[in-house]
Design a protein around this ligand. Structure first.
Ligand code: EPZ
Length: 418
C-alpha cells in the first residue's frame, strides 16, 4: 500500500499549471459515445478515475487511445453491458446510462452504489430518463435501460444533481423533439459537456443555468475538445498556501469558477490576485477561521469542504462548517483530531476551534477530498505525518506529491510493502 510521508513546516512557492477537470473529463468521455466518429479530448489528467472510465469504454468495445494528455475514443459501442467489477469502481459509469441509451436504445449498468461520502442514490437520474420515454428497471444490482424511441419532454429534476443533469442532456441530444430540463445543476462542468456536444452537432441551449433546452438531432459527429481546468485541484493548492504560507501562481484556471473558494480564502488568510487565466495566492501562514455552507454551484462547493476544514483547524477563532450536499462527508474528522485538531460534529454541522499547532500522525484517507485535506494538514503539522489510502487521492489528483514537492513541500510517496 502506498503512503505519503510528509514533514510539515515548509512554505510553498512556485508555479503550477492546472490540467483538465476530472469532473469534466468523465462525462465528456460518456458524451463521446453519442457518435462512432473520433472524439479527442486534450489536457486530460492521468488519474485513476479516468483510467477506470477508459477501461469501461474498452469493455464496451470502443477503441481508446492516449498520447500524453490527449485521449481519443472512436468506433462506437459494440455491446451495452458494463462489467459490474468496473462499474463499481467509479460512480461515473452511471453517466453512461444517458449516452448509451441515447445512442443505442439500451444500456445495462451496474448499480453504482454508495461510497464513503454518502448513499448517492440515482432516483433523480431514473425519473428524468423515464420522462424521456426510457424504460428502466433495477434488478439484482443492475439498471437496465431501453427505449424504442426517446422522445423530448419537459423534465423537472426534483433535486439539483450534477450527474442527473448530465445524463438527461446526453439522453436527449438524439431524441425526437425538444427537451427542457428544469432545476438543472449549474456546475461549469455541465456547460463544458454541452459545449463539446454542440461542437458535435447537438442543439443545447442554457447549459450552466437552471433551465436547459435540447432540440434532438439525427446524429452527432466527432470533434476535438479541451476540458475546462480543474477548479477543485486549483482550490486545493490555493488552500495549501493558506495553511503553510508562501506564494504560488496557478496557470490555466478560470477565476470565475473559483470565486466562492477565493472569497473564503481571502476572508481567512490569503491574498488572491486573479488575471484572465491565472491566479496568484499568497499568505503568511496565519489565518482566521471561516464559516462554510456547502451548496450547489455557484455557492461554496462540497468538494472543497474538507480542505477548508483543515485550514480552519489551524486558524484563529472558530469556524462552523455545514455540509448540505452529502450525508457522511466528515470522514476526515477523526484523522484531523488525531493530529490535534479540535472539531466537534453534530449531524451535518462541524464546529472547528482553531489550534496553535497540529502534530504529525499516522492517518488514512477514506475518500478523495478528505484525503487531500489530510495532506494539507500534514504540510502544516509539526513533525512527520504518514497518509495512507493514497489510492483515494490518486483518483482525482495527478501526482499531488510531486506537485507539492516542486512547490517546496517535504513529501514523498513510499510503497510500504518495500
Ligand atoms: C458530482 O457527483 C461530482 N462527481 C462530485 O464530485 C460532486 O461532489 C457532486 O457532483 C456535487 O457537486 C462527478 O462529477 C464525477 P450529485 P454527483 O448528483 O453527480 C443526491 C469529487 O470529489 N442525489 O450532484 O454524483 C446525492 O446523493 C466528486 O470529485 C440524489 O438524491 O452528485 C447528493 O446528496 C465527489 N438522487 C446530491 O444529490 C440522485 O439521483 C448531489 O449529488 C442523484 C443525486
Amino acid at each position: 500500500m502506498e503512503k505519503f510521508i510528509i514533514r510539515g513546516g515548509n512554505r510553498l512557492y512556485g508555479r503550477v499549471r492546472i490540467k483538465g477537470a476530472k469532473n469534466s473529463v468523465l462525462p465528456l468521455l460518456a458524451g463521446a459515445l453519442l457518435t462512432d466518429e473520433k472524439v479527442t479530448l486534450h489536457d486530460c489528467p492521468d488519474i485513476s478515475d479516468v483510467r477506470y472510465m477508459l477501461e469501461i469504454l474498452k469493455s464496451l468495445g470502443v477503441s481508446v487511445g492516449r498520447t500524453g494528455d490527449d485521449i481519443s475514443v472512436w468506433g462506437g459501442v459494440r455491446n451495452g453491458n458494463i462489467p459490474e467489477a468496473l462499474a463499481k469502481e467509479i460512480r461515473s459509469s452511471v453517466f453512461l446510462m444517458g449516452s448509451l441509451v441515447g445512442k443505442h436504445g439500451r444500456a445495462r449498468v451496474a448499480y453504482p452504489g454508495g461510497c464513503d461520502i454518502g448513499l448517492r442514490p440515482i432516483d433523480v437520474h431514473v425519473k428524468a430518463l423515464r420522462e424521456l420515454n426510457i424504460n428502466i428497471d433495477e434488478q439484482s444490482g443492475y439498471i437496465n435501460c431501453s427505449s424504442d424511441e426517446i422522445r423530448g419532454a419537459d423534465v423537472q429534476l426534483d433535486k439539483i444533481s450534477v450527474g442527473a443533469t448530465e445524463n438527461a442532456i446526453m439522453a436527449a441530444v438524439l431524441a425526437k423533439g425538444r427537451t427542457t430540463i428544469r432545476n438543472a445543476a449549474k456546475e461549469p462542468e455541465i456547460a463544458d459537456l454541452a459545449d463539446m456536444l454542440n461542437k458535435m452537432g447537438a442543439k443545447i441551449r442554457g447549459a450552466g443555468g437552471a433551465v436547459v433546452t435540447i432540440d434532438g438531432v439525427e446524429s452527432l459527429s466527432g470533434c476535438e475538445h479541451t476540458p475546462i481546468p480543474d477548479r477543485i485541484v486549483a482550490g486545493t493548492l490555493m488552500t495549501a498556501v493558506g495553511m503553510t504560507g508562501g506564494e504560488i501562481e496557478l496557470e490555466n484556471v478560470v477565476p470565475e469558477h473559483l470565486s466562492a473558494i477565493s472569497s473564503k480564502l481571502v476572508e481567512s488568510a490569503c491574498k488572491v490576485r486573479a488575471f484572465c487565466d491565472r491566479i496568484t495566492v499568497s499568505g503568511n501562514g496565519k489565518s482566521k477561521a471561516v464559516d462554510i455552507e456547502t451548496s450547489p454551484y455557484p455557492a461554496f462547493p462540497t468538494d472543497m469542504q474538507a480542505q477548508l476544514m483543515a485550514l480552519d483547524a489551524v486558524s484563529e477563532g472558530t469556524g462552523i462548517i455545514v455540509e448540505n450536499i452529502f450525508e457522511t462527508r466528515f470522514k476526515h474528522v477523526p484523522d484531523l483530531r488525531r493530529m490535534g485538531a479540535d472539531i466537534t460534529v453534530r449531524g451535518d454541522v462541524a464546529v472547528v476551534r482553531g489550534v496553535e499547532k497540529l502534530y504529525g500522525a499516522e492517518v488514512c484517507a477514506s475518500d478523495l477530498r478528505g484525503g487531500s485535506a489530510l495532506v494539507l494538514a500534514g504540510l502544516r503539522a509539526e513533525g512527520t505525518t504518514v497518509v495512507g489510502g493514497v489510492k483515494h487521492i490518486d483518483r482525482g489528483y495527478e501526482k499531488l506529491d510531486e506537485i507539492l514537492s516542486l512547490l517546496g513541500a517535504e513529501i514523498q510517496r513510499k510503497n510500504m510493502n518495500e
